[in-house]
Design a binder for this molecule. Structure first.
Ligand code: ADP
Ligand code: MG
Length: 319
């Protein structure tokens, strides 16, 4: 059974020229470009935690790769290769084929080769390891923000959280919002385009407040964020019964897979033209500050200039 599945995966995996040996041996042999660093990231999606068994399999395959490509983008790396570790309760070839439709749709769109993996029996889970490359000076680290930097985000925030929350409440979410949850768009071209212009960068998987908090901690800075500046899609605005509900989705919802990055104010034009070249809108949402006493590192400011806090800080797996 396992052999048939692997053979069918192998038959669909396109190999780049820098794949010396792909699927079929004990390990893949890859040839990184000269003068580049190898950037590696891994994320597992578990049934019941990250997706439901009832989700379309193609969406599950897409998302398993997308969340990893988002991490590579946040490092400023261009994705090149990936592996897929599949844990399946039963060897369901039809489910696998449908899952791979989504996985390869995204992989092929960005010219990424699936070069290996593992296939085992157990509760449904997909583990992807993605590898990319970047020139040493182009790598974007969480620790590089400085006081006075602008803080930017790509795309819009809160769409996935709204879809999740509306779905859990028994409402059928708007198709745009549901797509943002089940088929997030990793900002693959934006990350590398920010090299040399942005300082710190992180991708938003656990919500702006939590993830920007990681940048603040790693960089030793604070952050002031204007709630009125947070980019919202029209369907999100339409779905939110009140401002504070929308802000909750936008700052603590999670699953956005947008990039949040900092850059000095002199870099504004460069950021805007990099974003235009990457085909992704970006919005300036606040500034990095010196750490102020003992208060929270990330301060959210409402349209009246008053501090504001969400009812829930962000997604955590073990609390
Ligand atoms: P091994 O016993 O050496 O781990 P496997 O039978 O697990 O061999 O895998 C055989 C080949 O198929 C290896 O090249 C492995 O990387 C690849 N492979 C196994 N499962 C997957 C998968 N889910 N996706 C992609 N490649 C896979
Ligand atoms: Mg194996």
């Amino acid at each position: 059974m396992e052999f048939d599945l692997i053979a069918s995966i192998r038959s669909r995996a396109r190999q780049r020229e820098d794949v010396v040996t792909g699927i079929g041996d004990d390990g893949a042999v890859l040839r990184p470009a000269a003068g580049h660093e190898l950037v590696v990231t891994t994320d597992v999606l578990n049934e019941g935690v990250h997706f439901l068994a009832s989700n379309p399999p193609a969406d599950i395959g897409w998302k398993a790769l997308a969340v990893n490509l988002s991490d590579l983008a946040a490092m400023g790396a261009e994705p090149a290769w990936c592996t897929l570790s599949l844990t399946l309760p039963v060897p369901d070839a039809a489910w696998c084929d449908a899952m791979l439709d989504g996985f390869f749709e995204l992989a092929d769109a960005h010219g990424i080769s699936l070069v290996g993996g593992d296939t085992t029996r157990g509760p449904l889970a997909l583990g992807v390891t993605a590898m990319g490359q970047a020139e040493p000076a182009g790598i974007l680290r969480r620790s590089a923000a400085r006081p006075g930097d602008d803080i930017w985000v790509s795309g819009t925030l809160g769409d996935a959280a709204a879809a999740l929350s509306l779905g859990q409440g028994g409402d059928e979410p708007d198709p745009f919002l549901r797509n943002r949850l089940q088929r997030p768009t990793p900002r693959v071209r934006l990350g590398p385009a920010l090299a040399g212009i942005a300082r710190a960068c992180i991708d938003l998987s656990d919500g702006l407040l939590a993830d920007l908090g990681h940048v603040c901690k790693a960089s030793g800075v604070g952050a002031e964020i204007m709630l009125a500046a947070l980019p919202a899609s029209p369907p999100l605005t339409a779905a939110a019964p009140a401002d504070d509900i929308r802000w909750n989705w936008q700052v603590s919802g999670g699953d956005d897979y947008e990039l949040c990055f900092t850059a000095p104010p002199e870099g504004r034009e460069g950021i805007l033209s990099a974003a235009e070249g990457a085909g992704v809108p970006v919005t300036r949402i606040g500034v990095a500050t010196h750490v102020a006493g003992t208060g929270p590192a990330v301060r959210l400011i409402d349209p009246q200039g008053q501090p504001w806090s969400p009812s829930r800080p962000g997604y955590q797996h073990f609390t």
